[in-house]
Write a protein that binds this ligand. Structure first.
Ligand code: NAG
Ligand code: NAG
Length: 314
């Protein structure tokens, strides 16, 4: 039934309002009419073979007829009954048109046949939809959808043509009017608002709020794993900071960098220490040599001192 109404809604939407076809030939039908729009009620196949009939709204008789002749129509100014098709078209629907419509028929002997009824509900159609998005402090995106005019609006969201999932939603669900999307989400966001007589949607192409996910370990051992605003970020910049969905494959090479830094520092300290030790030893040797040794080989004495000193270097 709903599918039929939906299809007809699409086919029959006219500039003056929504026209909805309501087939009540199966007893007990429930239909919706749009406020200000038109409804086509059908409770019989054709009036051509019916000797006498009358339409009632709640308890009031609104139309009387015999075969192809209409005797009276209480709402003739805004309705048309077509006997050959058995359709009763009512225009300019107001809220007071909502209620139970009953068709009573009589055979040629005046005997009353089984009446048929349908219930009509009137709803105001959704007239407009507003979609507002904003970035929150941690890079999440809040999307608010609001509608005007419609009775009992129902909201739904899609992203890139699909229903929103848990991996994209931080709060709300795909049927609430306000949702919060996770940091990496981007694409064509559509908010649809519908009720039984209308369906309106609004779309916006969203991009993420400029946040990236960083995941690294600082040299002091602090593990950083969070979303940061890319343009202001100074943390973990050596590591590969890939935003978005490929988070899991982010390579954390910060430990390697820490190790390299530590090696450089240690090597520097060793170098400096060795240098000072050498400096000190050299000084000590020079003092010790103040009294020149007995020159056994006078010609080579200077060279000897130099050679002894150089052994300390090694
Ligand atoms: C017709 O009946 C419905 C209940 O079925 C009621 O809500 C509505 O007010 C009635 N309308 C009139 C005009 O009597
Ligand atoms: C949705 O957000 C709007 C404005 O941001 C607010 O007025 C409204 O109350 C919210 N609705 C719900 C159901 O939280």
């Amino acid at each position: 039934m709903k599918a039929v109404v939906g299809l007809l809604l699409m086919l029959l939407r006219v500039s003056h309002g929504v026209e909805i076809y309501c087939d009540g030939r199966q007893d007990g039908a429930q239909c919706y009419g749009a406020l200000g729009g038109t409804v086509v009620l059908r409770l019989m196949d054709s009036a051509s073979e019916i000797t006498k009939y009358r339409w009632k709204f709640n308890t009031t008789v609104i139309l009387n007829g015999k075969t192809n002749r209409i005797d009276s129509n209480l709402i003739a100014n805004r309705s048309v009954f077509t006997p050959s098709k058995g359709t009763f078209r009512i225009n300019d629907l107001s809220r007071t048109d909502g209620g139970v419509y009953t068709l009573e028929t009589f055979d040629s002997s005046g005997k009353s046949l089984e009446p048929r009824t349908l219930q009509l509900f009137i709803q105001a159609p959704v007239s407009s939809v507003l979609l507002v998005t904003e970035c929150l402090s941690q890079g999440e995106m809040r999307a608010s959808c609001s509608s005007e005019g419609g009775d009992s609006p129902q909201y739904s969201w899609t992203l890139g043509g699909r229903t929103l999932t848990h991996t994209e939603l931080l709060s709300g669900n795909h049927e609430t009017n306000n949702i919060t999307l996770k940091q990496h989400v981007s694409g064509r966001l559509v908010c649809s608002v519908k009720n039984n007589v209308s369906h309106v949607s609004k779309e916006e192409t969203i991009s993420n709020c400029g946040f990236i996910f960083i995941n690294c370990t600082l040299c002091d051992g602090t593990h950083i794993s969070q979303w940061v605003f890319a343009a202001n970020n100074t943390l973990c910049i050596e590591s590969t900071t890939v935003p978005t969905t490929v988070r899991d494959t982010t390579v954390d090479n910060s430990l390697l960098i820490c190790a390299l830094r530590a090696s450089v520092a240690i090597l520097s300290i060793i170098g400096i220490t060795v240098y000072f030790i050498w400096k000190k030893k050299k000084l000590g040797k020079s003092e010790g040599s103040a009294i020149p040794p007995t020159p056994e080989y006078p010609d080579n004495s200077v060279l000897m001192v130099e050679m002894r000193n150089s052994t300390y270097e090694l």
